[in-house]
Design a protein around this ligand. Sequence first.
Ligand code: SF4
Length: 319
Amino acid sequence: MAKLRIGISACLLGQKVRFDGGHKRDRFLTGDFETYAEWVSVCPELEMGLGVPRPTLRLENAEDGTRLIMPKTGDDYSAQMAVYAEQRVERLATLNLHGYVLKSRSPSCGMQRVKIFPPDGSSGSFAPKGVGHFAAVLMKQLPHLPIEEEGRLNDPMLRENFVSRLFAYRRWRELVAGGITRAALTTFHAIHKYQLMAHNQTGLRAAGGLLARPDAFPNDDALASAYLVAFTRIMKRTPTTRNHANALQHMIGYFTKNLNARETAELTQVLEDYRLGLLPLILPITLIRHYVRKFDVSYLKDQIYLFPHPHELMLLNRL
Ligand code: SF4
């Protein structure tokens, strides 16, 4: 399997680029997940010339947002970071990334909840609600790119959601590379149907609605752009147990008539146990895969929902 190309805060790979010459190697990313990743490492503070070691930076409150300040010297690096980030993200955009992992809480790389300090150099802090200055440019310039922080990836649901989004975005890129047509878009939507349903049923209907009225768009590229906005919005929503159960129930409907009484009872019990949190998601999904193969249910065979990412990652075992 071709690797996913993923941008990453360099310190998460174990590179000694932090202000104190240390790193923040992430065990999941550099462990089980590394087999599937081709990393593009970026350390904004180092690359913009601050060196290692260096005095720390922090976000300080300002009338027009936040400033990126080095408290030790009082220097303001906001403008320098803005220029660097624009140019770096422009280059990253040419690399066809499939996602990005940022270091949490960093005034440069944090995507949310970064501490904002008062502007007078005092040590008190406001509620953490800032965004790192590099991360802000990255998220603005590449709005469809799956982006997540390493800290949030410790949550099994957020981790599974992010990895699903990485693979989904790669399929989107492959679709675009093959040439956008209405037929290709419809197929893309069809194979993601139950994955989208697990994320958000209303969103699934809205995305399908776009494809049902292609003449509302001047051309296929405009239709694809609108679809990508809808697809990204749905995939960003973390699936709930209830939504998973709903998607599974809909899939079961395709082969219920083929099941005998014992098989029906067993599948119903497994689904109910999953709903109650007694069994992980992998169990009903494995049973459904089995019946899809056994009864040759052609519409479900290609559903991404049944095979969203490599099983070796065991992400469905923890949901
Ligand atoms: S958080 Fe970002 S700026 Fe800080 S060391 Fe890591 S990669 Fe560099």
